[in-house]
Design a protein around this ligand. Structure first.
Ligand SMILES: [Zn+2]
Length: 340
């Protein structure tokens, strides 16, 4: 700078003038931009350019949400639109069928238009070619998705919807998987980030649901959620734009190591939490008269419907301003509301 001042004062004056003009333009632009979305009549509105993080805690029974230590999920529950009385699919209370429901918005049974994934093991089988997913819809709209999962059997998604998931990572170690999620959140703009946390299910199968080991895994899952929330809240862009959805694929019976009884309340009763800017701090059933709190029952697909985990797909498409997943059946009208 001193050389320039000595030798080329005219250039310096020009550069200074250009710098002043740039600063003025930036300040004016910033006021114009922040003023755009501000509506004094409704300060709490959903993000204009949203991104969604779906976190599925594998085997997280609703009773565990209040019994184990989950300070972060409790904060999201009370500060967001939530229920502890959501439901799994009717047909099965196991991982792969329910998660595939979450991303396709379908029932399980193919005979009634479901996605047809009845198996719950790693295999070479794929979802039927005529069953698209939330990833298909986001990709077709030019958006981006990332999937981080704790179990290898989810590779079926990557095979079934090739080229539509921009980042797909399998990692059994929860802290390592969480770090991968955080790194991706900081580096890429994803419209959808799907984060599967296997820990509660793994502990439940090894030591029993509601055991000390299970509670510890639930608490570790809450800690992972906390890292994601902290990352969102500490980045102004993420804080402004991000809606977080937390749910589960199934619960599990206290003291037992299997959750496959689709007629048991402890298996089919799960949390469903939506949190973020503009989302109402209300019970989901209170703000959604079209959905019916099922009490202790697992309603069939006929008649009044509870909030199901398969509502994730079209909650996401709706939040992103996209059409529902073609062929989907759950929340097809995108009417599961998260505002007052
Ligand atoms: Zn399991």
């Amino acid at each position: 700078m001193s050389n320039l001042e000595a030798g080329k004062p005219g250039v310096v004056r020009l550069a200074t003038a250009a710098l002043v003009a740039l600063v003025v333009a930036l300040v004016v632009g910033a006021f114009w931009f922040t003023g755009r979305g501000a509506d004094p009549a409704s300060p709490e509105t959903l993000p204009k350019n949203p991104r969604v993080i779906v976190i599925s805690m594998d085997g997280l029974a609703s009773y565990a949400v209040t019994r184990a230590q989950m300070p972060v999920l409790t904060r999201l529950r009370t500060g967001g639109a939530s229920t502890l009385n959501a439901r799994t699919a009717v047909e099965r209370t196991v991982t792969l069928p329910n998660h595939t429901g979450m991303v396709t918005g379908r029932k399980i049974d193919a005979a009634v238009g479901g996605h047809g994934v009845t198996w719950n093991v790693a295999s070479a089988r794929n979802v039927r070619a005529d069953v698209p997913s939330v990833f298909t819809v986001i990709h077709a709209a030019g958006g981006q998705s990332a999937v981080f999962v704790g179990k290898g059997k989810f590779r079926m998604w990557k095979r079934s919807w090739p080229g539509t998931i921009d980042r797909f990572a399998v990692e059994a170690d929860l802290p390592a998987l969480t770090d991968a999620v955080l790194a991706d959140l900081g580096a890429q703009r994803r419209d959808l980030t799907f984060f599967h946390i296997a820990a509660p299910d793994v502990a439940g199968h090894a030591s029993g649901w509601d055991s000390p080991a299970y509670d510890a895994a639930v608490t570790a899952s809450d800690r992972a959620l906390g890292k994601v929330v902290k990352a969102v809240e500490s980045d102004p862009d993420l804080a402004r734009d991000t809606i977080i959805v937390v749910t589960a694929d199934h619960g599990g019976p206290p003291g037992l190591k299997d959750h496959g009884d689709a007629t048991a309340l402890v298996d089919f009763q799960i949390p469903f939490v939506v949190w973020g800017p503009g989302v109402a701090a209300r019970d989901l059933y209170d703000i959604n008269p079209d959905y019916t709190d099922p009490g202790d029952a697992q309603p069939s697909y006929d008649g009044p419907q509870p909030v199901r985990n398969a509502a994730v797909a079209n909650l996401v498409t709706g939040l992103l301003g996209l059409d529902p997943v073609p062929g989907s059946q759950i929340d097809l009208r995108q009417d599961l509301g998260v505002v007052e």
